[in-house]
Every structure is written in C-alpha cells, then in structure tokens.
Ligand binder design. Structure first.
Ligand code: UT7
Length: 319
C-alpha cells in the first residue's frame, strides 16, 4: 500500500487589511452585525498588481521549505482557484514558471471553496497510481475581485489569500481517505454568472448568493461527508484531534461541530481574521494552526469543505 503524508505546509496573505469599520464607510452595515452573523472581524485584500499566482507562489515556497525539498523535486502541481490570473493558461502553469521549474504535470482545479479538497484527492490518486513522489497542492484566491462592494449581503464575507501543502510518498500512513461530491442542481445558489463575450463579462462578474440556502445546505453536507470519512476508517469523532473546516462563517462552524459531536476547542477557526478565502481557506487554516503550534505531528486531522457547484468533500489524515 502506498502511503502519502503532508511533508510541509505554507500560506500567504496580501498585506492590506480591511476591517469591518472600513466596510461601514462603504455600505450600510455595522461591525456588530458582521461579527454576530459571521464572526468575521477583518479580511486581507490584494491590491492591484497582486495576482492569485503571486499568493500561490509565496505559499508554495513556504510549503517547500517546510518539507525540505526543492521546487525541482515537484512532480505534480495543482492549483485550486476560482480567481485564476487568466482565462488561460492555468494559474498552475504560471506558478510553475514563477517557481522556476518546468516539465512536471501542472493544472488548475475549479471546485470553488471545495477546490483544495478536490486537489488533495486528485493528487492522492496520481500518487497511488505511481510516477509522482512529491505533489504541490495549492488553494489560492483573489476572491475580493469578484465582489460588488455595494452589495452588503456578500462584500462583507470574503477575503484573499493562499495555502499550500507538499504531499510526499512515505513509510507510514498519512492521508487515510478522501471523499468528494458534487450536485450541479444548485448552480444558482452561489455563483458568479459571468462569461467573457466579445470583450465583456456577461451577464454579471459579481458573486450572487442565497445566503440562507447556502447556510442550510453547508451544515447538512459537512456533517454527512465528515461522517462518511469517519465510517470509511472505522473511526470515532473522539479520535480526531482537529477538525479543519472551510472557513465560511463561525455559525456554520459551530453548527457543524455540534452536529458531529466535537468540542469547539478542537475546531480550527481562522475566519475572524481572514474572512472566507474560498479554495485557500482550508490549507490557510491548516498552515496557521501548524505554525502557531496547535496542530502537531502525529495528530489525526479531519478536513472538510463545501462550495459553489455545489461541491463538498472531506479528508482524514494522520499529520
Ligand atoms: O463558501 C460559502 C459562502 N457562503 C456563505 O458562507 C454564506 C452562508 N450564509 C450566511 O452566512 C448567512 O446567511 C449570511 C451571513 C450571509 C446572512 O445572515 P442571515 O442571518 O442569514 O441574514 P439574512 O440574509 O436573513 O438577513 C437578515 C437581515 C436582512 O434585513 P431585513 O430584510 O431583515 O431588514 C438583510 O438585508 O440582515 C440584512 N443584512 C445586513 N445588515 C447589515 C444582510 N447583509 C447585511 C450586512 N449588514 N452586511
């Protein structure tokens, strides 16, 4: 049996911080409303000129350093993003060039907020099939570029950032299982309904969302897909050291923890400082918790996410 472990993690945030008070100047909202309904206090926003590939490359370098391998050792490079630098080529190819490497497999994955878990599961399957020793899986977003800053229902929720992991072949079990799902019947619940047409984005370049429907859907499927991961490994939630969910909002995280029966002290929560960073959120939360000492080697981690599509997934791993 091939074993695969996370040999290093990294992350990156653009320097500019936008607080809830800053947003009070732009739309009819309040710091109190945003904190109460979402838990968000601030988010990082990429200034003009900072591209998704820049954040992805910075996170990737940190993950490579942590893994103790060179960029030239990477056999597979996957970028999960909803906000690619260009329509084409892929952001993965741009990151590959910025890392100064060439020749390895590189492609993007689009599963919105579940993108990192789709990337992880895809890399796992490549590695089990043979021919890939080290894979770089990155979630990176400049999601704030999709926001209508006059729409208070969406503009307060999101932020920019990137997170990355290096997956390496190993002697001991690391990644134990991954489970992915999608249901395209819910396209309209959360989407940016735009395509490029004759030099314009039609019909809209902005995020559209039915917040309450997303909330209910998210809480249900996160619970289901986490239980699926536990059942597949004959494992109890009590054995899990850290639940690392997509950082959408603290109420979704609390409801998920309650349904699963895990103490909220064992849930990694970074949404207050980062907002919802879509595909970057899970690896950014993971790296934050690794670097601040919460997540330790040998611990059992349950990663889970849900996003537009709708898509959802989970991964259980020994770190
Ligand atoms: O990756 C997944 C991404 N999406 C999500 O995570 C979204 C999930 N959904 C949610 O987190 C919540 O539904 C929201 C935070 C988006 C909204 O919270 P809610 O408790 O569902 O509020 P609501 O939509 O029912 O709106 C309540 C009120 C409305 O006013 P009225 O109609 O009661 O007068 C809204 O217009 O709050 C108003 N409102 C706001 N007020 C101040 C909506 N946005 C804001 C705002 N500031 N930013």
């Amino acid at each position: 049996m091939t074993h695969i472990r996370i040999s290093g993690t990294g992350s990156a945030l653009p320097p500019r911080i936008v607080s809830n008070h800053d947003l009070e100047q732009r739309v009819n909202t309040s710091d109190a409303w945003i904190r109460e309904r979402t838990g968000i206090e601030q988010r990082h926003v990429a200034d003009e000129g900072i591209m998704t590939s820049d954040l992805a490359t910075q996170a990737a370098r940190a993950a490579l350093d942590a893994a103790g391998i060179a960029a030239s050792d990477v056999d597979l490079l996957i970028v999960a993003t909803t906000t690619p630098d260009m329509v084409f080529p892929s952001t993965a190819c741009i990151v590959q060039a910025k890392l100064g490497i060439g020749g390895c497999i590189a492609f993007d994955i689009q599963a919105v907020c579940t993108g990192f878990l789709y990337g992880l599961a895809t890399a796992e399957r490549f590695m089990r099939a043979g021919g890939v020793r080290h894979a770089l899986v990155i979630g990176a977003e400049t999601f704030t570029r999709l926001l209508d800053w006059n729409d208070r229902g969406t503009c307060v929720l999101f932020g920019d950032g990137a997170g990355a992991v290096v997956l390496s072949l190993a002697d001991q079990p690391g990644l134990l299982s991954s489970h992915l799902h999608a249901d395209g019947h819910h396209v309209g619940m959360l989407c940016v309904p735009g395509h490029v047409d004759g030099g314009r984005i039609q019909p809209s370049p902005f995020v559209h969302m039915d917040g309450q429907a997303v909330f209910k859907f998210a809480v249900r499927v996160l619970d289901e897909v986490c239980r699926e991961a536990l059942a597949a490994n004959d494992c109890s939630i009590d054995a899990v050291d850290w639940l690392i969910p997509h950082q959408a909002n603290t109420r979704i995280l609390s409801s998920t923890a309650r349904r699963l029966g895990i103490d909220e002290q064992r849930v990694v929560v970074t949404v207050p400082k980062h907002g919802n960073t879509s595909a970057a959120s899970v690896p950014l939360a993971l790296d934050t918790a690794v670097r601040d000492g919460r997540v330790q080697r040998g611990q059992l981690l349950l990663l889970t996410a849900v996003g537009g599509g709708f898509t959802w997934g989970s991964a259980l791993l020994r770190f």
